[in-house]
Structure formats: C-alpha cells, structure tokens
Design a protein around this ligand. Structure first.
Ligand code: GLA
Length: 726
C-alpha cells in the first residue's frame, strides 16, 4: 500500500517504489509539507524549525508564539492572505472583496484506485495499480473548501495532485489563482529545466538556477503553447542524464497555465504548477466548484534519463487511452508538404498509389478539402466536402484509396472559423469577440466559442457528417492560432478561458467515444498544444511544423525529456526543406523521423527510383522496430545543443534489443573520432551488430563506447541494431 496515515502525529506518507512524499497536519490544523525525495522511513517532522522571524506574521491561534509563521513553514497548499508572502497556490476573492482564505484540515479519505476528474483528463490506473488520498481543508469564515487529491502509482514512481475548490458558503466568491501542485523544499540549491520555443522551433531546453526572486513561465494563449511547455524539471545543481536527483512536474492541461519557481528569504525553494491567473477570475456561486487540472510528479535520484523513462511509461500507459496505445501506428503519407492547398481527388489517389508501392499504410488528406478553401483565408467552419475540387465524393475517394490497400485519414480544425465562411455569416456571435471591439485575427481566422455547448454541438454534427461518409481511420485535429478576445456571449467572463478548454475536451471525449477505432493526432501549428492533456485523447501529436531533420533533432530532444517517443509524430519531408532551405540526405531524414510515429510529408511522384527504393527500405526498417520505438526505454546519449553529434538509443525492456541512432551535426577537416557510450545494456552480455556481425561486450559499450566511422559528408546518420547473442 502506498499511502499511510499515522494517527498519533497526523502524518501522511506516500510511498512509491523509490520515493517518499510526506506531510503533516499540525496543531493548528495547517497542512505542512515535510518531504519529497528518495525513499525514507520514519517521520520527518523533526525537519520543521521555529524561530522568531521579523516581518513574518503569526497566525492568531499561535497566541504569543512569534516563532510560528506561515511565511517560513513548508506547506502543501499555500494561500494568499495567511501571512505567507511567497507565491501562493490559491487566491480567493471573497464576496466582501477581501483576499484571504485560511485553510485548515477537516478530514481525509484513503481508497484503492486512482481518482478521476470530471471533464478533465487525468492519469488513470486500476485498483491494483493505484491508491488515492483526499484531504479536505476548509476556511471556516467563508466556508470555502479545498479537497486536495493525491494519486499514488507505487510501481511507476508517480504521484499525481489535483485540487477541487468548493464554495460551501452563502455568498459568491472568485477564484483568482489556483494551482494543483506545490512543492516546498526547506533546503537545497536547485536548477529549473524548462522548455521554451516558438512556432517551428519548439521545446528548446533551458537550464537555469533558481535564484532569489521568482521565475515564472506559462501561457496566456488559450493553449499550452509553442512558447513554454507545461512540463518542467527541478534538479540538483549537479544532476546529469545519469546521476543525481530530479523532480518532474507535468501539467495535464491544454490551456493557460503558470509554473513558478521561487527561492525565498531563507533559501527555501517553492515550485508551483497550475492555472494561469491572468484572464482567469473563476466565480463560484454557492454550491459550485472548480477542479484544478492535475499535475503529475515523479522523482528519481538517477538523473534525467531515468526521470524520462518514468514519465514515458506513465504517459503512454496511464494517460493515452486510444487502442493505438498498444498497437503499431500506421506509417502516414500526409498531403500538406506534398501539395499544400493545390490538390484534387486525383492528387490524393496518386499519393495513395505511391504509398501502396512504398509500403506506406495511410494517406492523409490535409487542409483544403472543404468549403471554399483555396488558401488559409477562408472556409474554416464550413465542414462540407468540396466535391467540385475533389472531382468526386469523399466516399468515392476513400474507396479508391482503400482500393489500392491504403488507409485514409483527414485533417480538421474544429475550433476555428474564417470570417469568409457560411458559418460565420450565419453565426457571427459564435466567435470569441469582445462587444464593441474589433477582434484580433490570427492566420486570418477567429476562434469559435467552445465554452458554449450549442457551438460545439453544431460543429460536432458537421464533422461527424463528414467522417460518416466513408472509412475514415484517422483524424488530424489542428488548432492554428493563439486565442484572444476571451469573451463569451454567456456571462461569467472570467471562466471562459478554462471553460473553453473543457469544451475542447468534451468534444474530443464525444469524438473518441463515437469513433473508438479512429487514430486521432493532435496538432496546433505543429507542437503548440503538445501536452499531457491532449495525449489523453490523441496518442500522438504533430511535434512541429518544422520537418528539417537537423532542427527536429533539437525539437525531439527537448520533447523527449517528459513525453514518450510514441507521442511524437515525425515525418520525412522533401529537400531543400520547406522551413529552413537545408538539404539533408534521405537516410538522415529517415533516422530522425523514426524517433516517433513515422511518416512522410512529400510527393513520392517527384522522387527518383533510387529514392523510392530507399523509402521502401526505411518503411520496412521502421516496421521492424516499431514496437521497440513505441514501448522501449529511450536514452539520450548526447546533448545536441552542445555536442557535435546527436545520439539516442532505444532498448527493449529486457535489455536484449537495442537500436542506436547517431547524427553528425558538424563536419570538419580531419575529424576526431566520436565515441558513443550506450546505456541500459546488460553488462555481462555480448551484443552483435546485425549489419556487420561485429560483437561487443555490454559493459564495454557502456564504459568505453562505440567509435563512429569518420567519413566526409554533412549530417551523416547511422542506425545500428544490436542483439544479445544467446
Ligand atoms: C498547421 C499544421 C500543418 C498543416 C497546416 C494546414 O500548420 O501544423 O501540418 O496541417 O496547419 O493548414
């Protein structure tokens, strides 16, 4: 059992296989945080120290005891207005406009299984795999209640946190800020690893010291964003890929978020992960409640590599729900970079014939098949097949594609509307707009108000009418702008940004229920909504609109820290690359795209016979290793932001099969030899390179590495398969 409660000192201990999390209800009823880190037994309340600290207030109940202050004590769920002046997890504006909420322990409940969150994605697990702890806190003056939720997946070394805020009083209140996780550390020096980026260059790694002050990342874009990903790592100063303590925090949410790291006046560190407080004033009437999306926590003392493995397993096995969680992903040929808007039914059929000849499983008809959509200035919202453009019905087209033995997939962007569309002309009030103001446009389109059920329902019906026309086996769900003009024709404006995201989830839940066998791929201008919330509905996400192999090495490197490789959709595209103008060999493009759900984004009709032959080989190679790539342990073997080469490795769970990938990022005259050290092998076993027949001792490959051949040429790549000799 992972959750223990000691009645005599009111201590809660959450145990996972290699970590311990502990908290305590103290004499005043405050819930104090005691410890999160490597496994320990016993009570950690001896760590709490009490001194009279100037300008740090004392709760009234402490009487004359000036040594007791919320400003100094580590807390589970710090609230503004209690005398704690650090960043808070919760800010409540009461009916009388006061900003205060004094939460004290009321009761708790422990049960088998993992809690679920209504309307929100969350980690799921069976009764054997997980346990839940609920702790109820209350502010007696306002009768605001907060239920803190903890899910413990012992074997996975995962702890999840969420919070439910309820207004049990008589007046109305406003939640101004709400986090789901707070981690207080009484001691230690830490770095924060975060993943920043921009469109076509997502998830660059930044490592910085948590210094005095507050460092904040987040999104106000309505989506989790290209700019900052809602997933961070808190690490010791010396932590590396292979050594040292580190904590991952992954927010299971696809909208505005805020993550704060603060070092306080006594050198204590506080981490918060939760909803963005800008554009958020969530009013709660009597009896209403708000659920704060979940944060997944994990700790290891074995460095970033092990932390990644823990998150990869958790997200693939306990977040992704599609049947494709456990099934090979189809190799896709997508029409976007092959033809953009310039296609008809013939083009798609030709792509399908080429796909069939190359061993590719599926053709995806991307943007441009509906309404009036010859470019990206019109048509969004009109989800009717443009049969004139296609030259046939959708059913006929799909039959042709299926007829050559290829599956069919389609692109949609349900949340959007073009002003030049029938939908907008009929329902201008369905778009998010602030009355009396001109809206901010993005990609010349507006955003539909998905917080409104009638809007969602109308779009859902239109989309289903398309999907029901034939054997559609895949949908790419896109979202191509950041949201502004957060204002709904309904009341309660401060709720709209949050309710919008729940509207998207509601739509996706209905879609996945109605089409349980369909593979849905998430997308937002590539990786603008690459988060664990979306992965609950879409087991893979188009990782970036940047298909340049060299840039993808960096983007996929950053993504791999907290998201599983199976979640990363990656395609080989034409050269010169459409985003960077760079030319990289087909082999290198293949090696890079095989680190994910694999596919192509080019017109095979324009390739030479040799290139086609190479693609056939790539597809065979990918299919051979698909399961290893989707489910295997993934290791980063270099830092491509620093090293002259990128190297990464997939290893089967039993360590018997290995796929090593290396891309040379730099070329110089008279190059030194690159030695790549492998990880996670069986030290005492002999591994054989299936290509060359060369044999290596596992321990030697891990300790001394494998030399890469020095050859002239730019961006050369190698993919080496190793098997244990029986
Ligand atoms: C976004 C996607 C692309 C493509 C286009 C279509 O940018 O990321 O892959 O689907 O939209 O407009």
């Amino acid at each position: 059992m992972g959750i223990h409660y000691q009645q005599e000192n009111r201590i809660f201990t959450l145990q996972t296989e290699h970590a311990t999390y502990q908290m305590k209800v103290d004499n005043f009823g405050f819930l104090l945080h005691l410890y999160y880190g490597g496994k320990i037994t016993g009570s950690m309340d001896y760590l709490l120290t009490y001194y009279d600290r100037g300008f740090s207030g004392n709760p009234f109940d402490a009487g004359a005891d000036r040594t007791y202050s919320m400003d100094v004590l580590p807390q589970e769920y710090p609230v503004l207005g209690t005398g704690d002046y650090r960043n808070s997890a919760l800010v409540i504006r009461n009916g009388d406009e006061s900003e205060c909420c004094d939460l004290r322990y009321v009761s708790h409940r422990i049960y088998r299984g993992k809690y679920a969150l209504k309307g929100l994605p969350a980690v799921y697990a069976s009764e054997e795999e997980a346990e839940t702890l609920e702790i109820l806190l209350e502010d007696s003056a306002s009768r605001v209640q907060v239920k803190l939720l903890y899910g413990v997946l012992e074997k996975e070394d995962i702890i999840t946190r969420s919070a439910e805020i309820s207004n049990c009083g008589t007046g109305s209140i406003i939640v101004e800020k709400a986090a789901s996780a707070c981690l207080d550390f009484m001691t230690g020096d830490y770095d924060l690893l975060s993943f920043w980026g921009r469109h076509v260059m997502e998830r660059n790694l930044q490592r910085r010291e948590i210094a005095h002050g507050s460092f904040c990342i987040g999104s106000r874009r309505g989506t989790s964003s290209h700019q900052y990903n809602p997933a961070v790592i808190l690490a010791g100063k010396d932590t590396t890929e292979e050594h040292g303590g580190c904590y991952g925090l992954v927010f299971v949410y696809s909208g505005n978020f805020m993550c704060e790291a603060e070092r306080d006046q006594y050198g204590q560190t506080r981490m918060l992960m939760g909803l963005q407080s800008d554009l958020f004033h969530y009013s709660l009437e009597q009896g209403e409640n708000l659920t704060v999306p979940e944060t997944i926590l994990s700790y290891t003392d074995k460095g970033f590599g092990q932390l990644s493995i823990q998150f990869h397993r958790c997200i693939l096995n306990h977040i992704c729900r599609s049947k494709y969680r456990d099934q090979p992903r189809p190799v896709i040929l997508n029409s976007w970079e092959a033809a953009y808007f310039d296609f008809d039914g013939e083009t798609i059929s030709r792509l399908a014939e080429n796909a069939a000849a190359l061993g590719i499983d599926m053709v995806v008809m991307d943007d441009g098949w509906f309404g009036k959509r010859e470019d990206d200035n019109s048509g969004l919202g009109d989800w009717q097949v443009n049969e004139r453009k296609l030259g046939c019905t959708l059913k006929e087209l799909i039959e042709k594609v299926n007829g050559v033995g290829v599956k069919f997939g389609i692109w949609i962007e349900p949340e959007m509307v073009s002003e030049d569309s029938i939908l907008y002309r009929e329902h201008p009030d369905w778009a998010l707009r602030i009355p009396g103001r001109k809206p901010v446009r993005g990609r010349n389109q507006l955003v539909l108000d998905f917080s409104r059920e009638e809007v969602r329902e109308a779009v859902f019906d239109a989309v289903c009418r398309v999907l029901d026309q034939g054997n559609v086996e895949y949908v790419k769900w896109d979202m191509n702008r950041s949201i502004t003009d957060i204002y709904s024709m309904q009341d309660k404006q401060g709720r709209v940004a949050y309710d919008y995201v729940l509207g998207v989830y509601d739509f996706l839940e209905k879609l996945t229920t109605r089409y349980p066998d369909m593979l849905i791929e998430g997308c937002s201008g590539g990786g603008g909504r690459f988060d664990a919330g979306m992965l609950y509905y879409t087991p893979q996400i188009w990782c970036s609109d940047n298909t340049d192999a060299l840039d993808r090495v960096l983007i996929q490197y950053g993504t791999s820290f907290l998201y599983p490789i199976s979640a990363v959709a990656a395609h080989v595209s034409a050269v010169p690359n459409h985003q960077t103008g760079r030319s990289v060999s087909l082999h290198t493009r293949g090696v890079v795209a095989m680190t994910g759900a694999f596919g192509y984004e080019l017109d095979p009709g324009k390739l030479t016979d040799e290139e086609k032959e190479e693609i056939r080989k790539q597809v065979r190679q990918y299919k051979k290793h698909e399961e290893l790539i989707r489910k295997g342990d993934y290791y980063r073997l270099s830092d491509p932001f620093r090293d002259a080469h990128a190297a990464w490795q997939f290893t089967s769970e039993n360590g018997d099969r290995v796929l090593l990938n290396v891309v040379m990022l730099e070329t110089h005259g008279n190059m030194p030899v690159t030695y790549v050290k492998l990880r996670g092998l069986k030290a005492d076993k002999v591994y054989e390179d299936t290509d060359t027949g060369k044999r290596y001792q596992g321990s030697a490959l891990m300790e001394a590495g494998m030399p890469m051949p020095v050859e002239p040429g730019e961006y050369l790549a190698r993919q080496i398969e190793l098997y244990v000799r029986q």
